[in-house]
Write a protein that binds this ligand. Sequence first.
Ligand code: XUL
Ligand code: CO
Length: 438
Amino acid sequence: MTEFFKNVPEIKYEGPESTNPFAFKYYNAEEVVAGKKMKEHLPFAMAWWHNLGATGVDMFGMGTADKSFGATPGTMEHAKAKVDAGIEFMKKLGIEYYCFHDVDLVPEADDINETNRRLDEISDYILEKTKGTNIKCLWGTANMFGNPRYMNGAGSTSSADVYCFAAAQVKKALDITVKLGGRGYVFWGGREGYETLLNTDVKFEQENIANLMRLAVEYGRSIGFTGDFYIEPKPKEPMKHQYDFDAATAIGFLRQYGLDKDFKMNIEANHATLAGHTFEHELRISAINGMLGSIDANQGDMLLGWDTDEFPYDVYTATNAMLEVLRAGGLTGGFNFDAKNRRPSNTPEDMFYAFILGMDTFALGLKKAAAILEDGRLEENLKKKYESFNSEIGQKIRNHSASLEELSDYACAMKKPELPVSGRQEYLQSVVNSVLFK
Ligand code: XUL
Ligand code: CO
């Protein structure tokens, strides 16, 4: 069998002192942190589209990376070479999951029946090639934003015919996800939004999107899909205004249309920052609503207003994110590197450096978040901050047994309250630093 990454050995853990570029410095799959193995805390996934597909094409120029894997792009031979290369890549890194869009797996044909046939063929091939390994699908999805037919959206399209094509793609992508053992199914509404209200019926479009999701749930459950459906919120790009702006918006939408029992959030770090939030904010909002499902692990650039999909290297952010994940008791999904190499990092070796960086960053984040929880000063401060709600009147507020008049009488009898306790933000930030750089 062809070896695609001949210059790259199996990547092993060598510890922080190692200077070997092909070694993990922090990710040690079997090491137990906060009661679980690192690999159980961090089910990492490879995004088929970026890792096996993205060549660095941008608005100003052609690709710089060769992702042909010895075959002609646009052919089934190439689709199969991608499977072979992808499996070798995952094995060398010890990654057990992958995520895909339907058209990442095969070139789309003019006739949807032929595309579906190709999907059957490639999914058979993937099953055959992953047999006897631990490699399986984390989540699948349908690309309902690339083809020109989706210029007005998929669930939100103005064309009933296009809506049926979206339904057909969702149906097939669900079939393939189930066949490949996927834990989840994602809806990222790339074109589900609008450019101008002058030509848009927002209510009509949102009802149609919800209906498509409801049909997907009904069909998925009927073919034995027991995993979670996910919405991946994003505020903008490609549309000026996307309906799934952020976690709070998407959760409200799911509740409004009765989809909240089947759906959770797939939170992407770069989407969070585009919405003007931190990554950890989006994780917290999802978690407190019981909807923290999966993570698209990447990083944006605060100086750029678009989705740069960088590999995560910011240990502060990863630590804050892992604090949220640990407090929530983990994910039902995993950590999908929806990230790509920078255009000038164009060699096969760079693909590995990128994953080593991302995996080590989250491993460090996990270790540091566990150490912060163990240290206890943050949790202790939190308890102290809300301590006044343990008083008699505080208890009544918490169990909703006091009326507005009673609270008012209490305040009037007091004449003037003391100031709340200090937030101690700077102290807490120095606590975090002292744990991080111990
Ligand atoms: C786009 C994005 C997608 C989704 C899957 O910004 O994140 O790749 O993750 O459609
Ligand atoms: Co994503």
